[in-house]
Design a protein around this ligand. Structure first.
Ligand code: 2P0
Length: 333
């Protein structure tokens, strides 16, 4: 199994203490992609077909606590509720933990607490698996560097590799078959005035996982062959926008990138749409406000909720037009 081989290579680099701590604990922020990851070159290792770029959301994310328990099977808690072991998320957690179990008889208790809605397109699996990788590093005292922690997080969920470090994070697509050059790395620039507005239209779980949607898009969308070039162009524009603090360029590029990803999904078969009628209404409101001169853009992930992009000076206006919006300023000092 390729994942086991990657884990063995990485753990050889870390410290190898004889045993583990009593408890492992870590927090990881969630991240919002400005240039999306949509499609894999290796489905087992979650190696992406293209690079991507995200913004980590500071204090919004997941905390994970790990303990060893004296029983034959793991127990998982998500936001205070025990998880049935047969749910898809529990199976993903178990398969991931199997990579690190010192013995078959070793069972974990995993407690994950998020302060974002689960499975509503706010990258809860990204911060969940990132916090788990960091908690394992704490529990086993491996003392791995961020690059290798990012690779371990990616084995749980692709976008988790962008949740190990703060700020703007580029996920290098890499070329190696084992993915040792495919990891998230923070850009050195920060943009303290940049705001994200979370417009939560529903907290219902999405009907189709992003994993399945991604696979279907790659397999059936006749537009997919245009995606790598779109990403290459947008990544360069976003990096330029961040360097020059050019908000119009950042907003236009991020919104266009998200809409293109959703256009790929609409052209898949069977077609995929994560939008609700309310999503489309909110998009149209953003376009109207922009026509009226407000510098506001949106991005959308694999769910119906929108994330607005704007600058701190316009926060009050945005609040007035989107009652209930949660405004985050991830890099405010
Ligand atoms: C992203 N998304 O770049 C894109 C845009 C959703 C929309 O990464 O199969 O949970 O675990 O690698 O990371 C969500 O997909 O998928 C995602 P897997 P993941 O944020």
């Amino acid at each position: 199994m390729k994942k086991k081989a990657v884990v063995a290579t990485i753990l050889d680099l870390g410290r190898q203490p004889a045993s583990h701590q009593e408890m492992g604990h870590a927090f990881a922020p969630t991240n919002i992609a400005l240039c999306k990851y949509w499609g894999k070159r290796d489905t087992e290792l979650n190696l992406p077909a293209t690079p991507s770029l995200s913004l980590s959301l500071g204090q919004k994310g997941a905390s994970c606590t790990l303990r060893r328990i004296d029983q034959a099977y793991d127990t998982y808690f998500l936001n205070g509720q025990p998880l049935e072991l047969l749910t898809p998320f529990s199976q993903r957690l178990k398969n991931y933990l199997d990579l690190f179990r010192p013995a078959d008889s070793f069972s974990f208790q995993v407690t994950i607490q998020t302060n974002i809605p689960v499975a509503a397109g706010l990258a809860s699996s990204a911060c969940g698996f990132a916090s788990l990788a960091l908690a394992l590093n704490d529990f086993f005292a491996w003392e791995l560097d961020q690059r290798h922690l990012s690779i371990l997080a990616r084995l749980g969920s692709g976008s988790a590799c962008r949740s190990i470090t703060p700020g703007f994070v580029e996920w290098h697509e890499g070329v190696l078959a084992d993915g040792m050059d495919s990891y998230g790395e923070s850009l050195k620039e920060a943009w303290p005035e940049l705001c994200i507005g979370l417009v939560i239209l529903t907290e219902k779980e999405k009907p189709l996982s992003s994993r399945a949607a991604m696979e279907r898009t790659v397999a059936t969308s006749h537009l997919y062959s245009s995606w790598p070039l779109k990403v290459k162009t947008d990544l360069a524009l976003l990096k330029q926008a961040i360097k020059e603090q050019d908000f119009k360029l950042l907003g236009e590029t991020a919104e266009s990138n998200a809409l293109t990803m959703h256009a790929l999904m609409l052209s898949a078969w069977p077609p995929i749409s994560y939008a609700l009628p309310e999503t489309v209404l909110a998009m149209q409101r953003v376009w109207e406000l922009r026509q009226d001169g407000l510098a506001i853009y949106f991005t959308q992930d694999a769910g119906p909720n929108l994330k607005l992009l704007f600058l701190a000076k316009d926060a009050e206006q945005v609040r007035a037009y989107f009652p209930g919006v949660e405004v985050l300023q991830p890099q405010a000092t």
